[in-house]
Design a protein around this ligand. Structure first.
Ligand code: FES
Length: 177
């Protein structure tokens, strides 16, 4: 049986078990206005991305047309229909971060990883995305790696930050850079 790691609880469970869990989650949102986005966010956290079968299930269970669900997914950049890397690097390009050098940090990360926004490195370690304010404007410019905020980031520190995550792959956990 194909087993995969739930991105939320980090346990290895079968796809079928995860789809069953998704059923239960969707049932909790039944008949609730505005349920689509939270359900999609939860599904993406669980599976790491939103595959066609997952979107079909959400469409059926929420009783909404598939085109509506896939339209929402393609509208919001934080949803992904392709598998993402272990670490999702998001660069804030909201106003405060932009004026304090966010664009330069993005370019430095692109160069360091050899990928563009929306892409994943070949070793599936990093995916790159942009955001529009992480609510940490006072510490701008910021980037996020999964749920960790790196504040007052500098382009020259990008390699050091990413190496921290590269090292984590094979070594023990270290303090945040
Ligand atoms: S603009 Fe970047 S955290 Fe607000």
């Amino acid at each position: 049986m194909h087993r995969t790691q739930c991105q939320e609880c980090r346990e290895h469970v079968s796809n079928k078990e995860m789809l069953n869990q998704l059923d239960e989650i969707i049932a909790g949102y039944k008949n609730m206005d505005g349920a689509t986005i939270p359900v999609l966010q939860t599904a993406q956290k669980m599976f790491g991305y939103l595959s066609k079968p997952v979107l079909k299930k959400i469409s059926q269970k929420l009783n909404k047309p598939y085109s509506e669900i896939s339209g929402i997914v393609s509208f919001y950049s934080f949803f992904s229909t392709v598998p993402r890397g272990k670490y999702l690097v998001r660069v804030c390009l909201g106003t405060a971060c932009y004026v304090r050098g966010g664009k330069g940090i993005l370019e430095a990360i692109k160069k360091e990883l050899g990928i563009d926004v929306g892409q994943t490195t070949k070793d599936r370690l990093f995916s790159l995305d942009i955001g529009r304010c992480f609510g940490a404007c006072g510490m701008a410019p910021v980037i996020m790696v999964n749920d960790t905020v790196h504040q007052r980031c500098k382009a020259v520190k990008v390699a050091e930050i990413l190496n921290h995550y590269r090292d984590k792959k094979s070594g023990p956990e270290k303090e945040q850079v």
